[in-house]
Structure formats: C-alpha cells, structure tokens
Write a protein that binds this ligand. Structure first.
Ligand code: UD1
Length: 419
C-alpha cells in the first residue's frame, strides 16, 4: 500500500491552485441524471469519490468521459436502470444522494442502506421522511430501500436539523415533483448554492439556497449545460493550515475567503496574516502561533467539522491550550491517537478535545483513520522534526486530487511511496 513520506521542518513558500469541490461535484453528478441530456462539468476533481459516482452513473446506463484533465462529460440520455448495487453503495457513503434523482427521473429507485462510516452512524432518516412528504413510498426492510412514486407532489418540508445531504437530496427530488416544494431549516453550505446554480443552468427554478429556506418549482424539463464547479473550501482550509503549521508564505489560487471566513478568523487569531484578493488567498506565518478561543463545529456558517482535525494539527505547537468541541459527528477524534504518536498533547473527553501546545513534534509512522484526519497528519508532519510515514492514504485520495503535488508546489518536502 502506498504511503506519504513527509520531511518536516522546512517553511512553505509557493503557490497552488485549489481543485473543484468534492462536496459540490458529488450532488451535481447525481443531479446530472435529472437532465436526461448531456452535461459538461468543468473543474471536476479527480478523486476516488468521483470515480465511485462515475461507477454508479455507468451502472445506471449513463455514459461518462473525461476530456482533458478536469472536464467530465456525462450523458444521461441512455439511463436504463433505477437500482444501485450494494457494492457500489459501499464505495461511497454519500451515494444516498442518488436516491432523490433516480426517483424523480424513473418513478422508482432501489438502493442499499448506506449504514455507518468511519465518523460514526450516518442516518438518512431526514432524507427518507422528506421523500415520503413528497409522496414516495419507501420500504426499508432488509437493508435495501425500495422507493416508489408514481407522481411526486411539491409540498412543505421542515428538516429537524440542517442536513447538507438531505437538503440536496430533496432539492433533486423536488425538481421532479409537480408544483412548489419549500425546504425549511435547510442547510446553508456554499455547495448547496453551487447545486442550485447547476440546476438552474439546466433550466430548473430553484431559489433560496444559502438561506434556511430553499424553494423548488418542480416539473420543468431540464436540459444539459456546461458548468464549472466551485473551488473546494476544505482543501483550501487544509493548505492554509499547512502554512500555519510549517510557517512561511503561500498563495492559493482560486480559494475564496467568503466560503472560509470562520477558518481564516481562527488562523488570524492564532497569529497568521491572511490577505484575499479576487484571484485567491495569501497566508503568511512568521512567528510562533498562539492558542485560540474555543473552536466549536457547527453547520455553515459555523466552523466546519471537516476542518476540525486540520486546524487541530496546525495548533499542536501553539503557545497555550485550545479547546475543540465537535458537535456534528460522534467519532471525529480518531486522528488524535495518531497525532499523539508525533508528540502532541491532546486530551479528549466526549465531544471536547483540549490541545496543549508542545515545544516540538517528531516524525513517526502514522495511519490515516479518515479523510480529513489523514490530511491533518500531513499538516502536523510539516512541523515535525524528521520523517513521518503516513499509511492508509486511500482515505486522503477520497477528497484530495494529489495532496503531495499541491504541498510540494507550496514548498513542502513530501513524496508518495508506492510500497
Ligand atoms: C456533508 C459533507 C461532509 C460534512 C457534513 C457536515 C458531503 C458529500 N459531505 O455530509 O463532508 O462533514 O456535510 O458538514 O457533502 N443526520 C441525521 N439524519 C439524516 C441526515 C443527517 O441525523 O437524515 C445527522 C448526521 O448524523 C450528522 C448531521 O446530521 O450528525 C449532519 O449531517 P449532514 O449535514 O447530513 O452531513 P452529510 O450530508 O452526510
């Protein structure tokens, strides 16, 4: 199995471009099904999770083709299936996203239950109850979801919590429903705005994304389009934290601070200097970092749970102690044991973790426990003395096109070893 090998200690200096957003492209790939047409997706990141979505699209009868490095063509005219196999569902937990789109397009859908993941239980009860509100009959016996809807009917849906996946799934289903659907207590993530923009570029009438109420005027025929996916804010947060960890100065082309303001606010508080312009974000860290006020993860526009491990890794050598509170997922401190192997001082108690800054970190053999936990190990390794060998990097490949390429462009000593 391949490993990442990081030689810590050098300051970063350089520029990198930010890839397209994983959490945008995944729902957009499901949304492509709704068009029954061809779509051209630009800025599509080359990721394991994108490959998993492509497998699902192909299994459903759609054509897909890469053109150049980051343009993906999807032809949904030839869709001839409505079932996603258990093997394909297991490749990616967020494949539940296909439920709303397949149901809207075919009137029925069959998917295996996505189950838990490395972050803890991953229920989809809100997805299912919203689809039932729209008129779907769902039988979820035996781990397989059998969904039917001769006709979906627009309605008012109130989410009991602002789930990103449920908001997106219901937006897709509502495009195929007659009449108007309003989704209250919707998630407000920028990726939901991106999905709205894609759907509207295909002829849909969706409004309100980015606020707590999303409205969809359903039943309109959708057509193909050419669309450019937004930049990945969590990848940008990772490289900002890399600069905070290693010191030096970097520029991230394409990164948008408006999507990242809670992360940049914390990094400024810790002692980084961050300047944005229309083309990207510059981050400089000259002196040592200080601890910051408690960091509590919350739905957007709160601090993103996906940046919790990464920021924690950047603060391991800060002066003082920082409290983290993880409010989104049950098992999101699995990276802590690995960081401790590098000399970090972190105490976990339930939802809270306290990071007390240490004088130095040392390279060690460590293992990725999940996608962002793996990226956090890279961030910490940049500030460690000596060599860190990071194994099980398949987790990182789910969300980063090539983290070693990007960090090398930023001046880090990092390579990928095939053995
Ligand atoms: C998305 C992101 C993921 C991010 C997360 C939270 C994608 C592909 N993934 O995941 O990177 O970490 O948002 O920002 O976009 N919940 C329920 N019932 C449901 C749905 C969710 O109880 O039916 C709970 C979850 O267990 C979790 C919370 O709601 O505790 C938030 O989950 P959700 O916003 O749905 O996250 P995802 O869409 O799975």
């Amino acid at each position: 199995m391949s490993q990442l090998i990081v030689k810590g200690g050098s300051r970063l200096r350089g520029e990198a471009s930010i890839q397209g957003a994983k959490n945008s492209i995944l729902p957009i790939l499901a949304a492509a099904l709704l068009t029954g047409d061809q779509v051209e997706l630009r800025g599509c990141p080359r990721l394991r999770d994108v490959d998993a979505s492509i497998h699902i699209l192909r299994d459903l009868g759609c054509g897909t083709r890469w053109e150049g490095e980051n343009t993906l063509l999807v032809d949904a005219r030839s869709l001839d299936g409505c079932a996603v196999s258990d093997t394909l569902m297991r490749e990616m937990r967020s494949s539940a996203m296909f439920l709303g789109a397949i149901l809207a397009r075919c009137g029925r859908a069959e998917l295996s239950y996505p189950g838990g993941c490395e972050l803890g239980p991953r229920p989809i009860d809100l997805h299912l109850s919203g689809l039932r509100d729209l008129g779907a009959e769902i039988d979820d016996a035996g781990g397989v979801l059998h969904c039917r809807a001769r006709r979906l009917q627009g309605c008012e849906i109130v989410l009991s919590l602002p789930s990103v996946g449920a908001t997106e799934n219901l937006m897709l289903a509502a495009c195929g429903a007659r009449g108007v659907t309003s989704i209250a207590n919707a998630a407000r993530e920028p990726e939901i705005v991106d999905l709205q923009n894609f759907l509207n570029a295909c002829g849909a009438r969706v409004s309100g994304a980015g606020t707590s109420t999303v409205s969809v005027e359903g039943g309109r025929p959708l057509h193909g389009c050419t669309y450019t996916v937004m930049p990945d804010r969590i990848v940008a947060a990772t490289y900002l934290c890399a600069a905070a960890s290693a010191g030096g100065g970097i520029y991230l082309r394409g990164a948008k601070e408006e999507h990242l303001s809670t992360v940049t606010a914390v990094l400024r508080e810790a002692g980084c200097s961050i300047l944005s312009d229309r083309g990207g974000i510059a981050c400089t860290r000259e002196r040592g970092l200080s601890a910051v006020r408690p960091v509590r993860t919350a739905p957007y526009p709160g601090f993103p749970t996906d940046a919790q491990a990464i920021l924690m890794a950047a603060l391991l050598k800060s002066r003082g102690a920082t409290v983290f509170e993880e409010n989104m997922f049950a098992s999101r401190y699995r990276h802590v044991d690995e960081l401790t192997r590098m000399g970090a001082d972190i105490r976990v108690s339930g939802r809270a973790a306290v990071v007390s800054g240490v004088k130095s970190l040392r390279g060690a053999p460590v293992r990725c426990t999940d996608l962002r936990g793996g990226a956090a190990l890279c961030v910490a390794a940049l500030a460690a003395e000596g060599e860190t060998r990071i194994s099980e990097i398949g987790h990182i490949d789910r969300g980063y096109e090539d983290i070693a390429r990007d960090l090398r462009a930023l001046g880090a000593e990092i390579g990928r070893n095939p053995e």
